[in-house]
Design a protein around this ligand. Structure first.
Ligand code: ADP
Ligand code: MG
Length: 237
């Protein structure tokens, strides 16, 4: 096992049963990520980005190969251990951010902390800090229906970040946003990446997201076609 990698994917193949024969959505994928990376899986629709992100996040399982997250072989984990890894160390951000409409912004962000043993005062401090990271402290008592799309996605970032996870997995986080909000959301995540050393892994086909990435992994038909480190473009930071 490679102890320097926060995520390690070895010879990963994922097959889905379709009719009379299996369809391979991922084919012999090998990737390693270090702590603090700001990396993205890019490539056309259907290339396997979401499937790979879901397997790394223990939301789906490999058919063949080995995936380690924080030095734990995820297929060796019990249901409880797997939930523990997700609850403590992983944050998820999706295209559809699914805030719970009957709860306030504060309560939506607080939710993931309820799974951890923290006092109400500790939770309040963590939630308000997370809302400050995304510039939405004054929205704490608002209901999601009062938010714009960009604000909603920033609340989703606060919700993912509030437990200070080691890794954030973000699947097409800008897909429902206009250009201005997409840039605000990306800048917010890049800042958190720099300040907290959180590892970010994106799945995206949005050029705007790509312009922020330090590393781009291009998937084509379930294979890694390209894996390149990108020179920092100062103007976007
Ligand atoms: P991307 O996120 O790059 O658009 P996906 O990972 O969602 O791609 O899908 C990769 C391929 O796997 C697609 O051809 C898709 O139809 C197929 N696929 C994804 N999930 C399933 C599933 N649960 N059952 C069958 N096929 C699937
Ligand atoms: Mg996808």
């Amino acid at each position: 096992m490679d102890h320097n990698s926060i995520i390690s994917v070895e010879n990963l193949t994922k097959k889905f049963p379709t009719g009379d024969r299996d369809f391979a959505a991922l084919k012999d994928v090998n990737l390693k990520f270090s702590q603090g990376e700001f990396a993205g899986l890019v490539g056309p629709s259907g290339s396997g980005k979401t499937t790979l992100l879901n397997i790394i996040g223990s939301l789906d399982s490999p058919t063949e190969g080995k995936v380690s997250v924080m030095n734990k072989d995820i297929s060796s984990l019990s249901h409880k251990e797997s939930a523990h890894l997700r609850n403590l160390h992983l944050g998820f951000i999706f295209q559809v951010y699914n805030l719970l409409p009957i709860y306030t912004v504060f309560e939506n962000v607080e939710f993931s902390l309820l799974l951890q043993k923290r006092t109400a005062a500790e939770r309040k401090k963590a939630v308000m800090e997370a809302l400050e990271w995304v510039g939405l402290q004054s929205f704490a008592n608002k209901k999601p229906a009062k938010l714009s799309g960009g604000e909603g996605q920033r609340v989703a970032i606060a919700r993912a970040m509030v437990k200070r996870p080691a890794i954030v997995l973000a699947d097409e986080p800008t897909a429902n946003l206009d250009a201005a909000n997409a840039h605000i959301v990306m800048k917010t995540m890049k800042k958190l990446n720099s300040e907290l050393k959180t590892t970010f892994l994106f799945a995206t086909h949005d050029e705007k997201v790509m312009s922020y990435l330090d590393r781009m992994i291009r998937l084509e038909d379930g294979r890694v076609a390209e894996d390149e480190h990108v020179e920092h473009k100062k103007e976007v930071l």
